[in-house]
Design a protein around this ligand. Structure first.
Ligand code: KIV
Ligand code: ZN
Length: 505
């Protein structure tokens, strides 16, 4: 609604090309180094995602880079395969040697780069830029020219540089915000200014030093930029580059631009790149983060279950994600019922209340309950003995180095309260021995099988204990419990099985 009101003020292009630089700037992420095979896998995925151009690497940087760019060129992908080069003959030759037909060539233009990095006059830099572009054009390459640190370069000089590159035959003028210093309004202003001065298509390359890379890229598009450089998961130097998944989804859904990216592949490629690079995404990462379509709060879940748009701006399916109803302390009864329905678990009202209380209790302790946790808890409650002939009234366990693990257990058996202490090889064994000793006065029940499993990782994971017990008459029963404390889970599972056997009598 509000977007439509401001659209007439924009100079939106008809479409926006997506130039992916995951394999070049993305690989410059500190700590990331990809093998040739890994780069090839990513390149194939980027191609099937539908990006227009893949910047495959910087061939002059090393023989390894050269090899990977060459091998990606050899894949003959639908996307353009581009190599990066300084405006130097040897760098450009390296791109040509790889067989690429698209080059991204650059030179620093800001006062800082002129004085400290290049030690060149403004005129010399223009000469070098013209040489590089002309040389690449003469060798039949499509040429994209970048004025590195453009956003800290004097406007008039920047125009001079870009005009010279344009006259030398550049096909695309790229505007790098090399150290991410822009704000959206300034980016919009700069691109509008450049559009008035040059005829060639304009591209932007925004870094994320202030978390504004995506916003600045979009502001540039609003001013008429028709290409955006981006990386999967926003990888890149320092704080990274504009995140491709965010740029693409904003362009499609906020600006209604016809971007030909297979958006349903976004989560898949994000996870793949995250695994391969070892750079994990924060759970709250937009579009592809684990929580991007997760709902915990009771009111939100109620809304989402009634009509997803209440708390979701786009559907998770659109980006290949899944909606997740996360259970925790904010979980409402509606969310829990819908989860049980999802798993086809029928419960009576008492069982449901028990489960709901458990979820709230764990949530209050700060535990996030996974789907696997919930299923295990529900199965435990469903399978619980209906009569509690033996009830735990209290338990204390002591364990440690050079002390005998000992458990003191207090049980109500029928109307009687009984207490005993027993030792064991560990606290679980000691507790089970104590229970068996107290129950043996009523029935001789043996433990046949004991299984324990941590449902999810972490030291506070829920433990699921499953036991099989039998009595002297051959009656068998299973017992199950799910708790964070393995001693309590074991005690509850054993009592569950004992109560089932005693109920048969
Ligand atoms: O950030 C930057 O300026 C770059 C250049 C190579 C264009 O990555
Ligand atoms: Zn960059």
């Amino acid at each position: 609604m509000y977007i439509e009101e401001v659209k007439p003020e924009m100079k939106l292009p008809e479409t926006v090309r997506i130039f992916d630089t995951t394999l070049r700037d993305g690989e410059q992420t500190p700590g990331v180094a990809l093998t040739v095979d890994e780069k090839i896998c990513i390149a194939r995925k980027l191609d099937s995602l539908g990006v227009d151009t893949i910047e495959a690497g910087f061939p002059a940087a090393s023989p390894g880079e050269m090899d990977s760019v060459r091998r990606i060129v050899d894949l003959d992908l639908d996307a353009n395969t581009c190599g990066l080069a300084r405006v130097l003959r040897e760098d450009i030759d390296a791109v040509i040697d790889c067989g690429a037909d698209y080059i991204h060539t650059f030179i620093g233009t800001s006062p800082l780069h002129r004085k400290y990095k290049l030690k060149m006059s403004p005129e010399e830099i223009i000469d070098r830029a013209v040489f590089g572009v002309e040389y690449a054009v003469e060798h039949g390459l499509s040429v994209e020219f970048s004025a590195e640190d453009a956003t800290r370069t004097e406007f008039d000089y920047l125009v001079e540089v870009y005009r010279a590159a344009e006259d030398a035959g550049a096909d695309m003028i790229n505007v790098p915000d090399t150290v991410g210093v822009m704000i959206p309004r300034a980016m919009n202003h700069l691109i509008r200014g450049l559009r008035d001065e040059i005829k060639t298509q304009i591209s932007v390359h925004c870094h994320n030093d202030f978390g504004l890379a995506v916003a600045n890229s979009l502001a540039a598009v609003e001013a008429g930029a028709s290409q955006v450089h981006a990386t999967i998961n926003g990888l890149g130097e320092r704080a990274g580059n504009a995140a491709l998944e965010e740029v693409v989804m904003a362009l499609i859904t906020r600006y209604d631009l016809p971007i030909t990216i297979k958006t349903t592949e976004l989560v898949n490629i994000s996870e793949f790149v995250s695994k391969i690079t070892g750079v994990r995404m924060p759970p709250n990462k937009a579009i592809v983060g684990e929580n991007a379509f997760a709902h915990e709060a009771g009111i939100h879940v109620h809304g989402v279950l009634e009509k997803a748009e209440t708390y979701e701006p786009i559907t998770p399916e659109m980006v290949g994600h899944k909606r997740r109803i996360v259970l925790g302390k904010h979980t409402g009864a509606n969310a829990l019922r819908s989860k049980l329905q999802e798993y086809g678990i029928d419960m009576n009202e008492d069982q449901f209340c028990t489960l709901y209380e458990q979820v709230k209790r764990l949530g209050d302790k700060g535990k996030r309950i996974t789907d696997a946790d919930l299923r295990a808890m529900a199965v435990t409650i469903l399978g619980k003995a209906t009569r509690e002939i033996v009830k735990l009234e209290g338990i204390a366990v002591m364990t440690g180095e050079s002390v005998m693990p000992t458990a003191t257990v207090k049980l109500r058996i029928g109307d009687e309260i009984k207490t005993t202490s027993m030792t064991g090889v560990g606290p679980v064994d000691a507790a089970i021995n104590a229970i068996q000793s107290l129950v043996s006065e009523t029935a001789d029940i043996e433990l046949d099988e004991y299984n324990i499993e941590a449902i999810t990782g972490g030291t506070n994971a829920l433990a699921e204990v499953f036991v099989v017990m039998s009595d002297a008459e051959g009656n068998k029963a299973t017992g199950r419990s799910t708790r964070e404390d393995i001693v309590m889970a074991s005690v509850e599972a054993v009592l569950d099985a004992i109560n089932k056997i005693l109920s048969l009598k």
